[in-house]
Design a protein around this ligand. Structure first.
Ligand code: SIN
Length: 497
């Protein structure tokens, strides 16, 4: 364990640390009120930012709406160049951007650096997709007609982002939107707005026109900001990553204007290890999935189902890896894992642990609170033979609790895995292709990962089913969510010659 107190990091380009919102290419540093951003590792105030009035969201929407009129007609190749510039700029500033993430989010520098690379990759990917928005030619019933479809940018997009990936959840949405020719108003989470502002600073350098990329700031008025974005007739699409509860609110609010929506919501990912799995691979990959960002991703495995014949060996092997973790301030590169975002997150992990233990789960690694490091630090817990009625089987922990459940048959484990209102990611480990394929087809989730715990990549369609939401981000499909299909029917043509 490491308890050193890292203060303010040293940045190569201190200009990346912005002090205000970004609207119409201008920094808005003042407002009648302000809010503080704190480092979750030690509670230190790292920034004081304007608590913007709701009128500023409306101004940002107006600006994005005006910018859309010209931006939608820019050449896709030009948009591709700006997107590519942004990719290059992010990689040039990778250390600074990672420090900002680790500072405001608390995740380890290794995770934060990985996030910047991941975030930047969406700009690279969509630089390549921007010139490839294809339509179709259709043979209509009437021989004197010709029909073509074209994809057009949907318009102004409201982007509402979470704190767990302060950079990547913005770029995954914004890069696709901008590639399509849309303009954006971004509301970052108030715990981690500095990454969003650093991106805005780089967007300017990348050459994007004013008004195309706007970032508004609020802590206390977040629900009102969401409401304005959802109800404004000028905003044509809302895209949100966060909780299912908030996703449902945004969907209701968007009904008044029938907005296009993409919702990437909660998960409760099962990870299934069959008896014929490669044990080394399953252990390594389960660790990578479970403890990425200290368990604070929507795709972290939440429930590990391990065949009864190997559960004890698997649990011991997982524990041996967890014992190697070094938990501490994320900014210290020697720490493998940082802290949780806040006290509520800590309380949830503790609740899930206590509940499982009280129902008879076997404690393999006790873990728990780490008051000597700070109130948001929590040492990873490993439990095995967790009863299937434990709260953790139903609810997403979003933290470093690794609960291992036992199963015997393929039908039984598919039943456990699908017994959830969520359906984002699932994992299956087996060396038998029949098992992998059968289970992958049966799992009710938007993404199934076989024999690897890390599948996130700009090239894959990311998204869920059931109450994990809808819409796909990244991949060739991601851009579609920011477009509408227009049908052009040309009629009364002379007979073909
Ligand atoms: C998330 O936690 O919402 C995103 C995780 C990822 O993109 O891998």
């Amino acid at each position: 364990m490491a308890a050193e107190n890292y203060g303010r990091p040293v940045f190569n380009d201190a200009e990346l640390l912005r002090k205000g919102a970004y609207i119409d290419g201008e920094w808005v540093e003042t407002a009648p009120e302000s809010f503080e951003v704190t480092n979750p590792a030690n509670g230190e105030v790292i920034a004081t930012l304007p608590e913007q009035p709701v009128s500023e969201v409306e101004r940002a929407i107006d600006v994005a709406h005006a910018a859309f009129k010209t931006f939608k007609n820019t050449a896709p190749r030009e948009r591709a160049r700006w997107l590519r510039n942004m990719y290059n700029l992010m990689l040039e500033n990778i250390d600074d951007l990672a420090k900002i993430i680790a500072w405001e989010n608390g995740k380890a520098m290794s995770d934060a650096t990985g996030e910047v690379r991941y975030a930047a990759s969406y700009y690279e990917w969509y630089a390549e997709e921007a010139p490839r928005m294809y339509g179709t030619t259709i043979q209509p019933g009437n021989p004197t007609n010709r029909v073509i479809t074209m994809r057009q940018p949907v318009g102004v997009c409201g982007i509402i982002c979470p704190w767990n990936f302060p950079s990547a959840m913005i770029t995954r949405k914004a890069a696709a939107a901008l590639a399509a020719g849309c303009t954006v108003v971004i509301k970052p989470d108030s715990s981690t707005p500095l990454s969003a502002l650093a991106l805005a600073y780089l967007m300017e350098k990348a050459g994007f026109p004013k008004g195309v990329f706007n970032v508004v700031l609020s802590h206390t008025r977040t629900p009102e900001f969401g409401l304005r974005l959802c109800e404004s007739p000028k905003v044509k699409k809302i895209t949100f990553t966060g909780s299912t509860a908030v996703g449902k609110i945004l969907m209701k609010q968007s009904a008044s204007t029938l907005k296009k929506l993409s919702l990437e919501l909660g998960g409760n990912a099962p990870l299934i290890v069959f008896a014929d799995a490669d044990m080394d691979q399953a252990v390594e990959q389960a660790i990578a999935s479970k403890f990425r960002g200290l368990g604070q991703t929507c795709v972290c495995c939440n429930r590990l189902y391990v065949h009864s014949s190997i559960i004890d060996e698997f649990a011991e092997r997982i524990a041996a890896e967890v014992r190697k973790f070094v938990v501490g301030n994320g900014l210290d590169p020697k720490n493998t894992h940082g802290c949780l975002i806040n006290g509520k997150a800590v309380a949830k992990v503790e609740h899930h642990k206590q509940d499982a233990v009280s129902r008879g789960a076997k404690v393999v690694i006790e873990g728990g609170l780490l008051p000597e490091l700070g109130p948001n630090f929590y040492a990873p817990v490993v439990l095995s033979h967790v009863p299937h009625d434990a709260v953790v089987a139903k609810e997403e922990t979003f933290g470093p609790l690794c609960p291992i459940f036992s199963f015997d048959t393929i039908e039984e484990v598919v039943g456990y895995a699908n017994d959830s209102e969520f359906g984002l990611a699932s994992y299956v480990f087996s060396k038998n292709i029949d098992t992998v394929y059968t289970v992958a087809e049966a799992l009710e989730s938007g993404m199934v990962s076989a024999n690897t715990g890390l599948f996130s990549d700009c090239s894959i369609p990311f998204g869920g089913v059931k109450e994990s939401g809808f819409g796909r981000e990244g991949s060739l499909y991601g851009i579609e969510d920011y477009t509408v299909i227009k049908t052009l029917n040309i009629g009364s043509l002379p007979p073909r010659i």
